[in-house]
Design a protein around this ligand. Structure first.
Ligand code: FES
Ligand SMILES: [Fe+2]
Length: 399
């Protein structure tokens, strides 16, 4: 028998209970998985003008992402360079400068300290800016990294930018956002996202427009999907719409793939018809559904008329906050929000219920790691390998 790849798990099985429930593992997750890679922060259209900012909380850290007067995005730790107070309390806003509420140090939005009262003669304001955080904007999506030496993000940019650019999410608006607090470990939510084994039993709205196959690593065959993919790629290639499948290359943390929808559906709506004007420069509704995944915290579908992004925030071992945003083109007139959100509101809420039930069982005395299907759960296996590799690399405490 071969040795398990990681002491945290046996290949082909779900993780041991402690990986989901032990606060020491949760702390290791934050340190060695969440603080080492790239995380989804938000959308560049939320940061259109100078001083517009959003904040992204990850564990004990909060990052401010802000549009500078130079039009570039800047990201800073939300920690005053005086004695460390938070500068912001809001999720998002627009400022001329960040003023610390404690002793009123004033920072330019690019992070430089502008003024500090009563600090005595000779105080060098230039030596006391906000600590920077790496930030990268790719085709309207904004990513940050807490790592002092962030891993390569150019490969994501190379895969994502050409495929997402025609949807022009940089020139979109967030029409509405849904927030959830899910009683489950964050890994339970990612595992759930990484398979469509559960789709038939739980997602009647999602499976109207979507084939059940198409998740990478799902080796089921469906002649209708194969034919639809083949025909769609021919059409997209003819129009110059990129559709290369870039799925976790070499065990990387991201996926970009344009998949066809079922016959009669040009978007993920209940009736197959667009729920908003066509996005960006697509020109035609026939654009399939562009799937974007970033481990550990992000997935999105960009359709012809709207995009939906999902962002996870781990709170504690058994709690994950989720924000689901719906984007339409910036100059769209009034949009029917019920129609816009119908499929993904239903699907998301079905998933959270599944995850909560899953986590309740995992946390109970009766749980044992169970076998993953090689037919439909290879992408769960790939996620768990990615995750345990990150922890093993750090020689983190294991459950
Ligand atoms: S902690 Fe911010 S000004 Fe003192
Ligand atoms: Fe699901």
């Amino acid at each position: 028998m071969s040795e398990p790849a990681s002491p945290l798990r046996s290949p082909g099985r779900s993780l041991p209970q402690a990986a989901y429930t032990d606060p020491a593992v949760f702390a290791a997750d934050l340190e060695h998985v969440w603080a080492t890679g790239w995380l989804f922060a938000g959308h560049s259209c939320e940061l259109a003008g100078p001083g517009e900012y959003l904040t992204r909380e990850i564990g004990r850290d909060r990052v401010i992402v802000v549009r500078g007067t130079d039009d570039a995005l800047h990201a800073h730790h939300d920690v005053c360079a005086h004695r460390g107070s938070r500068l912001t309390t809001a999720d998002r806003g627009c400022v001329r400068a960040f003023v610390c509420p404690y002793h009123q140090w004033v920072y330019d939005v690019d992070g430089r300290l502008r003024s500090a009262r009563l600090m005595g003669p000779g105080f060098a304001t230039g030596d006391h800016g906000l600590a920077p955080v790496a930030v990268r904007e790719i085709a309207g999506l904004v990513f940050v990294s807490l790592a002092p030496d962030p891993p390569d993000v150019d490969r994501l940019a190379a895969a994502l930018a050409p495929q997402l650019a025609p949807h022009r999410l940089d020139d979109a608006r967030v029409e509405t956002r849904l927030r959830y607090r899910v009683a489950a470990n964050w890994k339970t939510l990612v595992e759930n996202n990484r398979e469509c084994y559960h789709c038939r039993g739980s997602h009647p709205e999602f499976t109207l427009s979507n084939f059940e196959v198409g998740v990478n690593g799902d080796v089921r065959t469906d002649p209708r999907f194969d034919a639809a993919l083949h025909r769609a790629r021919d059409r997209w290639a003819h129009r110059g719409l990129p559709a290369e499948d870039v799925s976790f290359p070499g065990g990387a943390w991201f996926r970009v793939a344009r998949l066809p929808l079922r016959d009669g559906f040009v978007t993920e709506s209940l009736d197959g018809r667009p729920v908003a004007p066509l996005l960006g420069e697509l020109g035609e509704a026939d654009a399939g559904s562009l799937r974007v995944i970033g481990l550990p915290d992000f997935w999105a579908h960009a359709n012809c008329d709207y995009a939906v992004t999902t962002r996870l925030t781990p709170v504690d071992t058994g709690t994950t906050d989720v924000e689901v945003c719906f984007l339409v083109r910036s100059d769209a007139g009034p949009v029917d929000v019920d129609a816009l959100t119908a499929v993904w509101r239903a699907t998301s809420e079905q998933d959270w219920e599944l995850c909560e039930q899953n986590y309740a069982g995992i946390a109970s005395r009766g749980y044992r790691p169970g076998p993953l299907s090689p037919v439909v759960e290879s992408s769960v296996e790939a996620f768990l390998t990615w995750y345990t590799t990150a922890l093993d690399r750090a020689a983190a405490p294991l459950g």
